[in-house]
Write a protein that binds this ligand. Structure first.
Ligand code: SF4
Length: 442
């Protein structure tokens, strides 16, 4: 019987992608994926450390794995990802039942450990840029992640990523085009480009000529059969005109930009070391909409950053009201170890104040997103079918090019792109009916 493995993934798309590569690598070593951690020979966690809550949730899972190991001493427990990188060898001191730990840049070292006859626990925490071309076991055959760079050179004062993923290293453009071409040949129609700061791509290419993010978008758009190109996350400071024009000119580049604002007050943006101010952010939004009037804009916002006054927060609400985002991820500031802002203790905002601000922010975001979503009602849009609706099993679920989820009636298979007439819209999702006429007319 092949040995079995189970991977639990926490955090961002980059972690989801790393987990797909972990699974692909383990299957190439002859392991088989198990439904649950219980009963698996190899229990793996791909961890996140972006917020305190991420840590405590993961540790609860780890203790469960320890219980499995007490029942079966042969079980191997491995911890990867940003939390492992942020605490390094402390993993083994705090959790002596862990056998192997590795940082986000060391996924391939797991294979080395598993194929070695090492009996002692091992940790791998070097930064080696992009770690090898590992086989990837995609969750969906028609959608794929593509890591275009590793690490980040920015110094946002609240962020632990530069210390857990290292400095920015970009993959050569030709290598990325070849990888995407191979994915399309395997049936992928939509790719999402991943990087901590994707639009800074091209300045730190390892083993290739300097290039740019816009050049990459143009090169991918030329690939026959690739319907959709998405990317996350860009940085407002690097949202240059050539990328904005690429959205207007290139059919496969989806009309959606996720542009993290974080705060509306220039004073707080400075304390966050975000390198742009309120004016610059709004200027980028104006430029994007000038060339792409129908584009979807989503964002990230942190409330309760140390020192945030009521006036600062009011500016965050003003910017969100003015821009009218199509959606947003909203977070309460969480101090992260070894980050600059974690030392701003005197200025920490009481939790109840931050929670109250979060409620007011969510009200503005959802109201404006609901208003924005009405522009889709009555239009027939191409929907990439992802599967059965999560809210109504009699319906299908998919996404329009703008990124919004649609639950719709119709007959189609996952991976198909079908025309859907949008009949209703909320801040979160759209409703629709597959247009048999549009489909018949192709
Ligand atoms: S750009 Fe800032 S927030 Fe984003 S990963 Fe880099 S340091 Fe963190």
């Amino acid at each position: 019987m092949p040995k079995s493995f189970h991977v639990t993934t926490f955090g961002c798309q980059m972690n989801e992608h790393d987990s797909e590569r972990m699974k692909g690598m383990l299957e190439s070593l002859g392991y088989a994926e198990a439904e649950a951690a219980e009963g698996a020979d190899l229990i793996l966690f791909n961890t996140c450390s972006i917020r305190e809550k991420a840590d405590s949730r993961f540790v609860a899972h780890l203790r469960q794995a320890a219980a499995h190991k007490r029942r079966n001493r042969e079980v191997v427990i491995g911890v990867g990802g940003c939390w492992a990188q942020s605490v390094k060898d402390q993993v083994f001191r705090d959790f002596p039942f862990v056998d192997v730990a590795f940082g986000p840049g060391q996924v391939h070292k797991l294979a080395e450990f598993l194929t070695s006859d090492s009996l002692t626990a091992q940790g791998f925490f070097e930064f080696e840029g992009f770690t090898g071309h590992l086989p990837s076991k995609r969750d969906r055959e028609f959608q794929g992640w593509v890591q275009i760079s590793a690490g980040c050179n920015m110094k946002c004062s609240y962020c632990i990523v530069p210390s857990t993923r290292g400095r920015q290293v970009d993959r050569p453009l030709d290598e990325l085009v070849a990888e995407v071409r191979a994915m399309v040949a395997e049936g992928v129609v939509e790719v999402t480009l991943l990087g901590q700061n994707v639009n800074a791509y091209g300045r730190a290419v390892a083993g290739g000529p300097r290039t740019s993010f816009a050049e990459l978008l143009h090169a991918l758009d030329a690939i026959e059969g690739l319907q959709r190109v998405r990317y996350t996350s860009p940085h407002p400071q690097d949202m240059k005109e050539d990328v904005v024009l690429a959205h207007a000119q290139l059919e496969s580049v989806c009309p959606h930009v996720h542009l993290p604002l974080q705060a509306g007050s220039s004073r707080i943006l400075k304390a966050m070391r975000r390198t742009y101010d309120r004016r610059r952010f709004l200027d980028r939004v104006a430029l994007i909409r000038e060339h792409n009037p129908d584009i979807a804009l989503t964002t990230d916002v942190i409330v309760g950053f140390p020192g945030e006054t009521e006036a600062d927060f009011a500016e965050t609400l003003e910017v969100c009201e003015e821009v009218g985002f199509d959606g947003a991820f909203t977070f309460i500031y969480s101090p992260r170890r070894d980050t600059e802002a974690a030392a701003f203790v005197e200025d920490f905002i009481p939790h109840e104040v931050a929670v109250a601000r979060m409620d007011r922010l969510v009200e503005v975001i959802q109201r404006r997103a609901g208003e924005q979503a009405q522009r889709f009602v009555g239009r027939t849009l191409d929907v990439l079918v992802e599967g059965q609706s999560r809210t109504d099993p009699s319906k299908l679920r998919g996404r329009i090019p703008h990124g919004k989820v649609v639950n719709f009636t119709g007959l189609a298979s996952p991976g198909e792109t079908v025309p859907v007439e949008i009949t209703a819209a909320t801040s979160q999702t759209l409703a629709g009916e597959m247009s048999l006429l549009a489909r018949a007319l192709g």
